[in-house]
Design a protein around this ligand. Structure first.
Ligand code: HEC
Length: 225
């Protein structure tokens, strides 16, 4: 009996050793490393530059064109009724975040967003009554907001800029840098002004690659006992 359990222990140890062996040496956590491996995309690892096709497109006056196919991009997360400040508006809403695929692959490889990255935040109404649904919420077809976050270091002073397409799909003017959008994203977002702490497939990668912002690390560190 005792021999059997000792043997089992040995097997578990051996498995653990193998697991540790395949993770990055010196990384902060093997779980995070495993997540990084899980979400890496084979064959795309060496794509380092944004293809012109997926780079942001501007009008001659600097307005950004809506990336019309963003629904075919990589889905990062969906939040429901997330609230960052005071009162909610009373509407129940989902937000969906998408990122341009080349930028996603580069993030998986390096934990950083390359120049030319675009992320889209799409806000949709949350509905409760419909079809066979009895409990919980689903996304209604109603589009309530559409915002784009673009990294273009040659064009924007702070490297990134926000655009809102909530008025319609026509080209959008850059939101002025005095807007709250910039300060909240700068002060609280986990990686390079993007809210990677809410994008479950990316947080582990940023942790392993050591690209979490000092502000975010301080915020998180402060929470621990
Ligand atoms: C008080 C904080 C706060 C403010 C102000 C704010 N955001 Fe955000 N933003 C967030 C959070 C949190 C998320 C993550 C959403 C999720 O997880 O679904 C986010 C995500 C986004 C994203 C997805 C890409 C990314 O950067 O992570 C876009 C685009 C975006 N916001 C645009 C805007 C725009 C445009 C404004 C100003 C009109 C704005 N935000 C103001 C907190 C904020």
């Amino acid at each position: 009996m005792r021999w059997v359990s000792t043997f089992r222990l040995l097997v578990v140890w051996a498995l653990l050793l193998v697991a540790v062996g395949v993770t990055d040496a010196g990384s902060p956590g093997s779980v995070a490393s495993a997540a990084a491996a899980e979400w890496s995309t084979d064959g795309a690892q060496r794509t380092a530059t944004i293809s012109t096709e997926s780079a942001p497109v501007y009008e001659s006056d600097g307005r950004l064109k809506l990336p019309g196919n963003y629904r075919e991009w990589i889905f990062l997360s969906s939040g429901i009724d997330m609230s960052y400040g005071a009162a909610m508006t009373g509407h129940s809403m989902f937000d969906n975040v998408f990122v341009e695929p080349t930028a996603y692959r580069e993030f998986v490889r390096t934990g950083r967003w390359p120049d030319g990255t675009s992320l889209v935040l799409e806000v949709r109404g949350a509905a409760e009554k419909g079809s066979i649904n009895k409990h919980g919420k689903f996304q209604s077809g109603e589009l309530m907001g559409l915002e784009v976050h673009v990294k273009d270091t040659k064009r924007f002073q702070g490297d990134w800029a926000f655009f809102s397409f909530s008025q319609g799909p026509g080209a959008a003017k850059m939101i002025p840098t005095t807007a709250e959008c910039y300060s909240c994203h700068q002060q609280h977002a986990a990686v390079d002004t993007t809210f990677v702490q809410f994008y479950p497939t990316l947080l582990g990668i940023a942790t392993v690659k050591g690209t979490l912002s000092p502000a975010y690390r301080a915020e998180e560190g402060g929470k621990k006992p």
